[in-house]
Design a protein around this ligand. Structure first.
Ligand code: PGA
Length: 255
């Protein structure tokens, strides 16, 4: 089953607009797709719990409660109806100086609280030397997943999001994303065992829209997409979900 994550980021600015967007998106009919909407925290409790849309937070802290002014805990997200949390997004790495060490604490806390984690990784620039990019992504995986138990890995989805593709209108190519997905599965295989690596879910994120999404969603080796800007337009987002109705190819082996 394909996974489509809507990352609304810090949008919209008013509850009325948020409700309208959610109500439009909930008209999806596809049963072949797991749709996860990640709105700003404020809107989470007002969205109804419905079967065809799961909710996710865009971040969380690494403790469940306490004197941490301004933070949101994984347990609070869980209790507000979230099944998922996005962690390690490049915008938090960049603007909030989140390191792999900080992200690691959050990943472990999220999993312990019973959330599924969408862990974002990706290189800042495409230098065209796959080894170099792989080393960056490999290091992010090692750092963020240090100490995570093998049994918890079934609750981790990796989103490969090359930073240069986020919000720029220039997406990666499906083929290069596939290479990255294969590399990520290999790396997870080295860290947690081959079977876990082979089954690792890997999404692509970065300027996905209804026009360029098709080859990503048709590729068996890419488990879905994480959509930012285009998820704020319900019509556009529903069209992306519709692309998951297309038949896919075969899952590539990791060696
Ligand atoms: P974008 O954002 O689709 O607007 O590029 C993706 C993301 O930041 O996750």
């Amino acid at each position: 089953m394909k996974i489509i994550v809507a990352n609304w980021k810090m949008n919209p600015t008013h509850l009325v607009e948020a409700k309208a967007l959610f109500n439009a998106v909930k008209k999806i009919s596809s049963k072949k797709t797991e749709v996860i909407v990640c709105p700003p925290f404020l809107f989470l409790p007002v969205f109804p719990k419905i079967a065809n849309i799961k909710l996710g937070g865009q971040n969380c802290f690494w403790e469940n409660s306490g004197a941490y002014t301004g933070e949101i805990s994984p347990l609070q997200l869980k209790n507000a109806g979230c099944e998922y949390v996005i962690l390690g997004h490049s915008e938090r790495r960049r603007h909030l100086s989140e390191t792999d060490g900080v992200i690691n604490k959050k990943v472990k806390a999220g999993l312990e609280a019973g959330l599924k984690v969408v862990l974002c990784v990706g290189e800042e620039e495409r230098v065209g030397e796959f080894d170099l990019e792989a080393r960056i992504v490999g290091g992010q995986l090692e750092g963020a997943l240090d100490g995570v138990k093998k049994t918890q890995m079934r609750n981790v989805v990796i989103a490969y999001e090359p930073v240069w593709a986020i919000g720029t209108g220039v997406s990666d190519t499906p083929n290069q994303t596939l290479q990255a997905a294969i590399f990520i599965r290999k790396k997870i295989g080295e860290m947690f065992g081959r079977n876990i690596g082979q089954e690792q879910k890997v999404l692509y994120g970065g300027s996905v829209n209804s026009k360029n999404g098709k080859p990503f969603l048709q590729e068996e080796g890419i488990d879905g997409v994480l959509v930012g800007g285009a998820s704020l337009n319900a019509g556009e987002f529903l069209k992306i979900i519709d692309l998951t109705r297309l038949p896919t190819g075969r899952m590539p082996a990791i060696n």
